[in-house]
Design a protein around this ligand. Structure first.
Ligand SMILES: Nc1ncnc2c1ncn2[C@@H]1O[C@H](COP(=O)(O)OP(=O)(O)OP(=O)(O)O)[C@@H](O)[C@H]1O
Ligand SMILES: [Mg+2]
Length: 263
């Protein structure tokens, strides 16, 4: 068994024990489904990543499949990759429906245990279209709702991350199977700053910064990377820039040093 998780364990990961325990609990039973919901950048995918690694550590006999699901194309790409890694017969046939090949493999209990992480499902329409697709043979494969390819199997658990509560509820199968991920609390935020900053601050400006950034881990990580990149930049200096204007704030929040472990 192998894993298709795209990133290694994050040495800077700040544990969020309550959410991690919730995921572990909800994903434990046979055929389990669960979803993390919350605003962009709040840390849903990082928690899923941490969970995926912990599954592999605890049980190397479990396959872990990471499926980036923001678009139909990304979902198909992930399934194709799984089909290749599993060397499913028939996958290279141009007429093969690779999505179906993989979902049949997932359904077959003899294949062993698996976990699928469905990351960044932000458009529920691709999974559960609100309008019935036209019954047109020629396009049958390209229009089939993606939910069709997520089999209910005693052997597998599915963890979803999504910004949309509706999508999360639909895919996980009920309100008691979703968990809202909120911004970090002060301790977690300070821990993240300490993990990320080259010269961690030892003054109250750190808390002020967290407040300015609404305790959003993505924003905190970006701020730290920005500060690290500039020779004499400090937390206090960053705050001054950040507060200079809306425009300045936007550009700081959109700044990306390519270190964000997001795809
Ligand atoms: N627990 C954490 N420990 C360390 N860093 C974190 C943690 N959570 C989030 N981050 C940082 O914040 C960034 C954004 O987190 P993540 O990608 O998980 O957000 P998300 O909720 O999945 O957002 P989106 O809805 O945009 O996909 C990560 O790239 C990482 O740098
Ligand atoms: Mg995400």
């Amino acid at each position: 068994p192998f894993s298709t998780v795209p990133f290694a364990r994050d040495p800077d990961f700040v544990d969020r024990p309550e959410i991690v325990a919730w995921v572990r609990d909800k994903c434990a039973g046979p055929g389990a489904r669960a979803a993390l919901v919350g605003l962009g950048g709040v840390g849903k995918s990082q928690i899923a990543l941490q969970y995926a690694h912990s599954v592999r550590d605890a049980s190397p006999q479990t396959f872990v499949f990471w499926v980036h699901a923001s678009t139909r194309a990304r979902f198909e790409e992930a399934y194709r990759d799984i089909a290749d890694r599993l060397q499913l017969p028939g996958r290279s046939d141009p007429k093969a429906n690779v999505l179906r090949l993989v979902s049949e493999w997932l359904r077959e209990e003899a294949n062993g245990r698996w976990v699928v992480v469905l990351d960044n499902v932000d458009d529920i329409e691709t999974f559960h279209p609100s309008r019935k697709p036209q019954c047109n043979e020629a396009h049958a494969d390209t229009q089939t709702p993606l939910a069709t390819y997520l089999p209910q199997s005693r052997n597998g658990a599915i963890l979803v991350t999504s910004r949309s509560k509706d999508a999360a509820v639909r895919l996980a199968g009920g309100y008691n199977r979703i968990k809202e991920v909120l911004a970090m609390d002060e301790d977690e935020g300070l821990q993240l700053l300490r993990n990320k900053l080259r010269d961690p601050p030892i003054n109250e400006s750190a808390v002020e910064l967290l407040q300015a950034l609404d305790y959003i881990p993505l924003a905190i990580t970006q701020a730290a990377a920005y500060i690290n990149r500039r020779a004499r930049m400090t937390v206090a200096g960053y705050l001054i820039e950040f507060r200079r204007s809306n425009k300045k704030r936007e550009s700081l929040l959109n700044w990306d040093a390519g270190e964000l472990r997001r795809d």
